[in-house]
Write a protein that binds this ligand. Structure first.
Ligand SMILES: Cc1ncc(COP(=O)(O)O)c(C=O)c1O
Length: 561
């Protein structure tokens, strides 16, 4: 064939197209490798698989021996369960009564109640150990329910309660007095906002501040700004990290609509860095520093405690080194690095995670405790990233409002919180913080090990999670023994214990005594029966088989064999 100009052009174009496809394919493959291997990294597959999982539950006969325990052990468990149930029904009678009444009308209660334990056990647990979702008062480090039972508060009010509930009561009260003259007027600001802004700029080391009504909204706004200024579409989050409940940060199960512009990558991974270096569509990287406690793991809720594979370990140096590298790559590629400090913000250090890990972000979100006990979300950022319009293109804006943003009462309670941070008491609180909580975790772990209990706690300062050292299908039962011993847990159970910083050593010792007593009672009731043939793998296999069987044969049979 003669090599005419058109022929050459044709082959040239073909070769270019082929090369383009190869590059695209390679990039696709690299992205795939950088995504987290678990379902968390693959939103579409996870949604399809979630639709596959059939509901089934264990009846009386299977509930107590789903791990193959012999009749004698099942009987011990049955007796323990009945005893616990009787205790619950008498001790928490009024609290349970009101919870049951309210639950019929409050969808959130129905949801949290349905996800306290793995679904196979839910029906029997809900009937015997109903949720008790009300408290009437708080004092010191305790809360008191409607029946007058006082429990050590390990819920931390989802992380809001950093300084002790009494502090926030005072902050709200004193704050309300500061803005009483203005009242709930919205639109124009109360002057306190100026002081708050100054404090926030100093804490974050950033230039500007915007106020929102929740952590979720603050993260939404930070991502929106990053997209606006970079003119790129995608956000990167790391597997398992929580950033609120809006669509783009919940691309998988939980969100009925797929989020196409989110990459969920591996935490602490070279491949993730490679993707950041080579893709051109990434606007921002979201980091929730809590991931340092369980990189690539989700919030460890007891409803997913199917076996004992939950793991957690905090290595400050390793995580700081990872953040440093992330920072470098983001700078190199003009990707906006967002620290989502809504949860850990003021818990690790006065200057937040940026100070704690020694890495600076471009935008930082705060919330929870910053509101001084009232709802809030805040974005702090570099001036050029916070701007919501372009001088030379007046119609090209980045919109963000919110009726209740900068509410005077919130600003006032926040002012109380920020003012407290400037005091010598606050300095004293942060001094040796990690050592104190590490020592406490270690001492409790030593007690648990000495008592031969298959439980170990991992912590990141005052945020703790319970892990289990021996394969078991019943670890989720511990939350009920702990509650019976007077320890208040949030609905995710033993997955997260949050201590407020006003826990004295004596308070902590009391919690530790109760914790050991609860675990001991659970062991005595046979839930941690030892079977060398039982491994996390065999547990998972059994559950998978049950699911396939139920999927194939439907609800014809109840799981009872
Ligand atoms: C890291 C992080 N980001 C965002 C949020 C959402 O905050 P909010 O519940 O105030 O909307 C949370 C809440 O737990 C969080 O932990």
């Amino acid at each position: 064939m003669p090599w005419t100009t058109p022929t050459l052009a044709f082959y040239g174009l073909g070769a270019a197209a082929l090369a383009g496809s190869v590059v695209k394919l390679r990039k696709r493959l690299e992205l795939s490798q950088a995504k987290h291997k678990s379902l968390a990294g693959h939103a579409r597959i996870s949604r399809r698989l979630a639709a596959f999982v059939p509901f089934y539950d264990y009846g009386e006969d299977r509930f107590f021996c789903s791990d193959g325990a012999p009749a004698e052990i099942a009987e011990r468990r049955r007796a323990g369960f009945a005893r616990l149930s009787a205790l619950y029904r008498t001790r928490f009678a009024e609290t349970i009564r009101l919870t049951t009444e309210a639950s019929a009308n409050i969808s959130d209660l129905q949801f949290t109640d349905a996800y306290r334990v793995p679904f196979q056990y839910r029906r029997m647990v809900s009937a015997a150990l109903p949720a008790a979702a009300f408290v009437q008062s708080s004092s010191g480090v305790t809360v008191t329910d409607l029946d007058g039972n006082r429990a050590y508060d390990l819920t931390g009010s989802y992380g809001v309660n950093l300084l002790g509930n009494d502090f926030y009561k005072g902050a709200i009260e004193r704050g309300a007095a500061l803005v009483r003259e203005l009242g709930p007027v919205l639109g124009p600001y109360h002057p306190l906002i100026v002081e708050n802004t100054k404090h926030l700029k100093a804490i974050s080391g950033l230039d500007e501040v915007s106020f929102h009504m929740s952590g979720t909204e603050a993260v939404m706004q930070a991502v929106r700004l990053a997209r606006y200024h970079t003119k790129r579409s995608h956000l990167v989050r790391f597997a398992g990290a929580y950033h609120g409940w809006w669509g783009d940060v919940q691309p998988g199960v939980g969100n009925p609509v797929p989020a196409h512009e989110t990459y969920t990558l591996n935490d602490m991974s070279e491949r993730a860095l490679h993707v950041l270096r080579t893709r051109r569509n990434i606007a921002c990287v979201l980091v929730n520093p809590l991931q340092a406690l369980h990189p690539n793991g989700s919030a460890p809720s007891d409803s997913s405690l199917l076996d004992s594979s939950r793991s957690a370990h905090f290595d400050k140096e390793a995580y700081a080194a990872w953040l440093k590298r992330l920072r470098e790559v983001c700078t190199e590629r003009n990707i906006v690095l967002i620290f989502d400090e809504v949860f850990v913000g003021f818990r690790l250090a006065k200057g937040g995670a940026q100070d704690y890990f020694g890495v600076r972000a471009d935008l930082v979100t705060y919330g929870k405790t910053l509101g001084g006990g009232l709802p809030v979300g805040v974005v702090c950022g570099k001036r050029e990233l916070m701007k919501r319009y372009r001088d030379n293109r007046p119609a090209d804006i980045c919109f963000a409002r919110g009726t209740f943003n900068s509410h005077p009462y919130v600003m006032a309670a926040m002012n109380e919180f920020l003012a407290h941070l400037q005091t010598p008491q606050a300095d004293a609180l942060y001094r040796d913080l990690d050592r104190i909580w590490d020592d406490r975790a270690q001492s409790l772990n030593m007690r648990l090990a000495a008592a031969g209990l298959p439980v170990v706690l991992a912590n990141m300062s005052s945020i703790w999670t319970v892990c289990y050292t021996q394969p078991s299908r019943y670890n989720w039962m511990l939350q009920y023994y702990l509650r019976t011993e007077g320890l208040a847990l949030s609905w995710i159970g033993t997955g997260r214990l949050i201590f407020s910083l006003n826990y004295s050593q004596a308070h902590f010792e009391a919690v530790a005594d109760r914790f050991v007593a609860a675990a001991k009672a659970m062991q005595d009731d046979g839930w941690w029966w030892k079977n060398p043939a039982l491994t996390d793998k065999t547990i998972k296999r059994t559950i998978l088989k049950e699911m396939v069987r139920h999927r194939l044969f439907g609800p014809r049979e109840r799981q009872s064999d």
